[in-house]
Design a protein around this ligand. Structure first.
Ligand code: KG4
Ligand code: ZN
Length: 375
């Protein structure tokens, strides 16, 4: 259990009474629960259970196993958070949950938990967009950005550049036309014989490698727009692995769910990892800086799991510094999925809370569909 003390970033709620929002995240492979106080803008208590070990043998998330595990841990974590904060259900102002996007079955578990508790406590519900949780999590850092800003959203399923003018005021500037950045990390990692999820492991392997050792393409780097394409990277990595091992990898898709045994020396694997990472980082950083120049904005926030990548942080900070802009990151623990970012958005959208317990998850849901909130 982690106790946080954070800058006031949610809209102040009248009076000095705490306005506690319980947040539940269950969109993919992490069960996250947190209590956020909209009055103070602070996370009061939080708990997280990661399913990484559960899915690792399969090389990726198995949706059915994810749902079952959310059922197993959801109530346990809620109980833990409520005990840690010494809170009873009648002291909670509202219950926020991830309504989408994500795995349908996994989302249903969190939604059902949230609705059942809210119903039993006689409290309203707030459905939250998972990516809005990521997008606004840099507001929980100190210093926090002020609107408007550019956001680079980089997760396992998303690679987007957004113009953010306020809560719910999102304009899409650029998107990936195929794989997401996190997907490129994960698929390359798998080809290098690394376990799931490969992003952090690839980053670690890359530490001792030469980023210039292999010529990995930077698709769309000079396209003039703000779109991304990462699907070609896994093919480039597969070709290099084939060249190094002298063996043919599975032709279509190249990525098998089994852990490949890789008869390649550590130095070459590290070089290849560093080269792929450099290609992804250079592309993300270059387009982010172009977004800043095109919008004329001077602040960029980085959110989503890939935002934990140290090289990406360094490249963005250096590049933004050169054009007089500033980069904001959420605390590293809030980069990957967690309950605090959902409870935080719940607090920002407290005025939308309703005693409507109909469950309606949205596995596919565009951020630009969200409505603005007047703070
Ligand atoms: O936001 P997130 O936790 O879940 C989604 O909503 O998708 O992002 C997970 C993604 C995975 O692809 C993971 O490999 C990647 O973030 N990731 C990283 C790092 N940490 C997590 N990628 C590169 N470097 C890291 N340090
Ligand atoms: Zn996420």
């Amino acid at each position: 259990m982690t106790e946080h003390s954070r800058k006031n970033c949610a809209p102040p709620v009248s009076g000095r009474q705490p306005a506690l929002v319980l947040g539940i995240e269950s969109s993919c492979d992490e069960t996250g629960v947190a209590l956020f106080d909209a009055t103070t803008g602070k996370v009061v208590a939080e708990a997280l259970h990661s399913q990484i070990a559960l899915h690792a043998p399969y090389g990726g998330v198995v949706p059915e196993l994810a749902s079952r595990d959310h059922i197993k841990y959801g109530l346990r974590l809620i109980d833990q958070v409520m005990r840690d904060a010494q809170i009873k259900g009648n002291q909670v102002r509202a219950v926020a949950y991830t309504q989408g996007p994500g795995l349908a079955g996994a989302l249903l578990v969190g939604a059902q938990l949230a609705a059942s508790l809210a119903f039993a406590w006689g409290k309203p519900l707030i459905p939250v967009h998972h990516m809005e949780g990521h997008l606004l999590s840099p507001l929980l850092a100190d210093p926090a950005p002020a609107f408007p800003f550019v956001a680079l959203l980089v997760s396992g399923g998303h690679t987007q550049l957004m113009r953010v003018d306020g809560v719910g005021e999102y304009t899409l500037l650029g998107d990936t036309i195929d794989d997401a950045a996190g997907e490129a990390f994960d698929k390359s990692a798998k080809l290098l014989g690394l376990a799931y999820p490969g992003g952090p492991l690839l980053a670690k392997l890359a530490e001792g490698g030469d980023p210039k050792a292999f010529a990995i393409p930077r698709p769309l780097l000079h396209s003039g727009d703000l779109n991304f394409s990462f699907a070609g990277l896994k093919t480039a990595v597969a070709n290099e692995v084939r060249r190094l091992t002298g063996t043919a990898l599975p032709a279509r898709g190249a990525v098998s769910s089994a852990q490949p045994t890789l008869p390649v020396d550590h130095a070459s694997r590290a070089d290849l990892a560093a080269s792929v990472q450099a290609a992804i980082v250079e592309t993300l950083a270059s387009k982010s800086l172009t977004a800043l120049k095109q919008t004329g904005l001077k602040q960029i926030v980085v959110a989503g799991g890939v935002g934990a990548n140290t090289r990406l942080r360094e490249a963005l900070t250096a590049g933004a510094g050169r054009i007089g802009a500033k980069v904001f990151y959420p605390p590293v623990a809030l980069c990957t999925d967690n309950g605090a970012m959902i409870a935080h958005v719940g607090a920002l959208r407290l005025a939308e809370a309703k005693q409507d317990y109909a469950i309606n998850v949205r596995p596919r849901w565009a951020l630009s569909d969200l409505r603005p909130v007047n703070l």
